[in-house]
Design a protein around this ligand. Structure first.
Ligand SMILES: C[S@@+](CC[C@H](N)C(=O)[O-])C[C@H]1O[C@@H](n2cnc3c(N)ncnc32)[C@H](O)[C@@H]1O
Length: 281
């Protein structure tokens, strides 16, 4: 439908920018009890067993320009969010840290700087292209020797119980088909008392700010995606996937359900992003 009037245009825009409403949850990813095996990929509901493939294709498309686009789209603010996220974890020298959905490794590099010579950080990601796209940063990083890579699915971590002092996931969990299973695994591989940090996009709290952010997300982001990455679709998927993701309180409830305690929420930039910090046991 081509909008003819301002009213029609506004209606279409409002429909497209629909945020998750606490009273009318539209997503499935936050509901571990779902009986229909579907998952959200952006606004599309896809069979659960097809989502991982779609996510893989998405990140294959964006991998080469992923870091550049992150910095452009967030005006560099994602680096500050990542620093804050690592700070909340209060890592210690010698800690073993797992970076789930680690991608191009920004969080891992920051963690590696904190855990010192004797510490280790593993970047764990399903997509080889994303890991490869970040390798050049490790070569230039002082932390090179402290970071390892493993390719695999967040829903099945190939580590024994209680292996890590800390686990973290940055902007990745909303891509995991069964988010609760991903968190369960992140809890399982933690030592008792170990910390889990989740950094993820969320819903800005101030309505006017949210409205501006909606316009930016659905007009500027896809345009830059088309110009820089050659895919408007990929950068339409990004804002859609954010809007179908669990709200902060729901995420807290999921973390408690899978075995975490002392869950705290930290809002970043009016709630564009959130840090959830949780303790095992
Ligand atoms: C938005 S990127 C985030 C990368 C990095 N953590 C950061 O903060 O910049 C999401 C990453 O999650 C990975 N991913 C998606 N689904 C996954 C899964 N089921 N298991 C492991 N990694 C997954 C993608 O390949 C991608 O590298």
């Amino acid at each position: 439908m081509v909008p003819q009037t301002i009213k029609e245009h506004t209606e279409i825009f409002m429909k497209r920018t629909k945020w998750l409403d606490k009273n009318h949850p539209q997503h499935r990813t936050a509901n571990p009890e779902h009986s229909q095996k579907t998952a959200f990929f952006g606004y599309q509901k896809v069979p659960e067993d097809k989502k991982a493939q779609r996510v893989l294709q998405h990140f294959n498309t964006v991998a080469q320009k992923y870091d550049l686009m992150n910095t452009l789209l967030s005006f560099g603010i994602h680096h500050l969010w990542k620093r804050s996220a690592i700070k909340t974890m209060t890592l210690k020298p010698g800690d073993r840290v797992l970076d789930v959905c680690g991608g191009t490794g920004d969080l891992a590099i920051l963690a590696a700087q904190t855990v010192g010579e004797s510490g280790r950080v593993i970047i764990y990601d399903i997509n080889r292209a994303m890991i490869d796209a970040g390798l050049h940063k490790m070569n230039h990083s002082l932390s090179k020797k402290r970071i390892g890579f493993i390719q695999g699915d967040a829903e099945q971590l190939p580590f024994p119980d209680g292996h890590f002092d800390a686990t973290m996931v940055g902007f990745g969990i909303r891509n995991v088909t069964r988010m609760d299973q991903g968190f369960k695994e992140m809890c399982r591989v933690l030592k008792p008392g170990g910390k889990m940090m989740c950094l993820e996009f969320s819903k800005p709290t101030a309505p006017v700010f949210r409205w501006l952010y909606d316009i930016y997300s659905f007009h500027v982001m896809p345009l830059l995606g088309e110009l820089i990455v050659g895919s408007r679709k990929a950068y339409m998927h990004l804002p859609e996937s954010i809007r179908t993701f669990a709200l902060p309180d729901e995420l807290t409830a999921i973390l408690k359900r899978v075995g975490f305690s002392q869950v705290t929420e930290h809002k970043l930039t009016n709630g564009i992003a959130m840090i959830h910090l949780a303790v095992k046991g």
